[in-house]
Write a protein that binds this ligand. Structure first.
Ligand code: F6P
Length: 255
């Protein structure tokens, strides 16, 4: 019955937290791989958590992807101006879909009655052009802001899926797989031990910045992402994970 299933979920949260050794885990019922409604429940759980954590003048970073889009969409409209700024965590990570991180950031800012900054940079830039872009005063301002992010909400993807979504060259994809990459988050690819194996050349949050952010929420559901979630939880012990029952049961089965 209902009470039993809520208890069951709390039990799963405890088990997963102990398995991943991270600060907090929130699990919603269902498996996103099979049931679409789970995405809205993950988004709702995430936005409720954010509402508890958000303070006046916070600088919030958010990534792109369908999960983050759902989080921004599912956020309740606030009517008090808390002087919040939202920034996309990293610029131009993909070819099409992912310039979405700008749209997601704008949407979240609107819901939080805050301001937002856009980050325009493509991932196909050469190292030289990237360097010169970093000299641009507008970009510099945003980079400074990104370094001050105190709450980051990010999506977690399977390395292979993300490499394909981003249409990385075949030799890069093969290299990634050979290096054992299983997870992707904010432009970095990681192996199961949580070590960086590849990085997209773009501007925005760097790995060293990520480690120092006080509040970090990773969000991902679906049993297919079990390995990816496991890898990402190696990065930062004080992170909070929002996931679903499908991913949770798979992680507990594997590890
Ligand atoms: O591209 C942005 C991003 O947050 C990636 O860093 C992450 O791997 C992916 O999206 C997750 O996408 P989705 O929520 O669509 O599975």
């Amino acid at each position: 019955d209902f009470i039993y299933s809520i208890r069951g979920i709390h039990e799963l949260e405890r088990e997963l937290r102990d398995c991943l050794h991270i600060k907090e885990v929130i699990v919603v019922p269902g498996n996103l791989d099979n049931e679409n409604y789970v995405l809205a429940d993950i988004a709702k759980a995430t936005s409720e958590l954010m509402n508890k954590l958000i303070k006046n003048k916070d600088i919030i970073g958010i990534t792109g992807g369908t999960t983050m889009a759902a989080v921004a969409e599912g956020m309740e409209q606030q009517n008090k101006d808390k002087n919040i700024t939202v920034v996309p965590a990293r610029g131009g990570l993909g070819r099409r879909l992912e310039s979405q991180s700008n749209i997601v950031a704008a949407k979240l800012a609107e819901k939080l009655k805050g301001n937002y900054q856009m980050l325009h940079a493509s991932d196909t830039l050469s190292q030289e052009i990237l360097q010169s872009i970093l000299e641009d005063p507008e970009i510099k301002k945003i980079i400074e802001l990104i370094k001050k992010v105190n709450l980051l909400i990010f999506g977690i993807g399977r390395a292979e899926d993300m490499a394909n979504r981003r249409e990385l060259p075949q030799d890069v994809v093969e290299g990634l797989m050979k290096d054992g990459a299983v997870a992707e988050a904010f432009g970095f690819y990681f192996n199961l031990a949580g070590e960086v194996t590849y990085e997209m050349k773009t501007i925005g949050i760097q790995f060293a910045d990520f480690i120092k952010i006080p509040n970090v929420i990773g969000v991902a559901g679906g049993a297919r992402k079990a390995q990816a979630i496991y890898a990402i939880s190696k990065l930062k012990k004080d992170m909070i994970l929002v996931t679903d029952e499908g991913a949770t049961r798979e992680i507990l089965k594997l590890y």
